[in-house]
Design a protein around this ligand. Sequence first.
Ligand code: DMJ
Length: 453
Amino acid sequence: MLAAAPGVAAAAPQNPAPALEAVDDAEAARLAERVRAEFLHAWSGYRQYAWGHDALRPLSRTPRDWYGQSLLMTPVDALDTMILMGLDEQARQTRELIATGLSFDKDIDIKHFEIVIRLLGGLLSGYQLSGDERLLKLAQDLGTRLSPAFASPTGLPYVYVNLRTGKTHGSDSNPAEAGTLLLEYGTLSKLSGKPVFYERAKRALVETYRRRSRLDLVGERFDVTTGHWTHTNSHIGARIDSYYEYQWKCWRLFADPQCLAMWKRSIAAANRYYPEEVDGALWYGQVDMSTGRRTGSEYGALEAFYPGLLAYSGDLERARRLQASSVAMWNLHGIEPQAYDYRRRRITQPGYALRPEIVESTWYLYRLTGEAQYRAMGKKLFEDFVRYCRTETAYAALADVTTKAQADDMESFVMAETFKYFYLLFAPPATLDPRQVVLNTEAHPLRRTWPAK
Ligand code: DMJ
């Protein structure tokens, strides 16, 4: 019996997964072409109905701007995907739109974290892939305008900053928002020769880590002015997820030994306290950061990034097992929910926001193990994704994975991440080698072009 509504029992995901046929290289090449065509389908919808705006609302076919004025969120997020896909003409037009049409001199209070991972990350990778200096100039201007965010009594960044005045507000923040900044600001430092960007972002990560419990766990929310925890739930999901990701990736990109030291302690604690075995399957749930006491058994679309991170950092065994659980959760309804209670076997948040994390993990696992099962898995994910989320105009989120009712939303990360990871999974390996570049949390590839320490 499949769940009909949130809170209704779903089939057990421990049922054996249906056998998948291997994808050979010729089929992979065809799939890469299909992914490219579907990316173009979504892009043409954006072009036709939302050109110059932040995003497309795919059902009403209307544009959406996050702050009333556009920051070209979708074009900046999409640019490096176009370059990697060899969509040269689309990439050229998009680069021109950004270089001539994007200005940060706007009296708007923007969300620091989102703008860093999407725009700063996208401009830097766009610059590295195209050599267009105008993108680097925009990144420097943006980095400078965002910098007041760090001027709190603790060095933990405020949530909002005004792009024109530098005025900040919002002190209710979390480890993901404070700890997922260093790849972007650090790269900006290396490319601009201004160490201050690196230093501020590193301090934010260190200040978060410093506040860990004696179990080496962090909580879900803190106040940036006092530095005190306000919610002590600890897990790998929303508000914490990429705090782990950046400790490892900053070691990879910058060879900063402090990042490696933080990573080692953090990941050891995460792998000790979060996992649970249920009917032979491995899941990661919630615990209290101070006591390690279990507080919840939810796993979902965001948590599905973790197998990829485990694989990337060399822990293939855990990665394989947790990926099997992610895919089992996906297969319950042919699309994963935002959150699933694996003990009660209930969907607790039924939406699907076109999220990339499960595809991201599939790609890392395929590239790092070379095992055929991951390309086959990716093919199934892609077919389901197209079946349920494609619209006449573009792609739409699902309001409920059990009914497949669509929602009027196509986040820019679909263009930056979801299509990119699908493409990379099927494209020739030389398109992007995870051993040579580091992808930020929005899948913008960053390359070390500066001398190693
Ligand atoms: C993206 O903006 C980033 O991947 C972030 O780390 C988490 N959420 C979305 C995608 O789901």
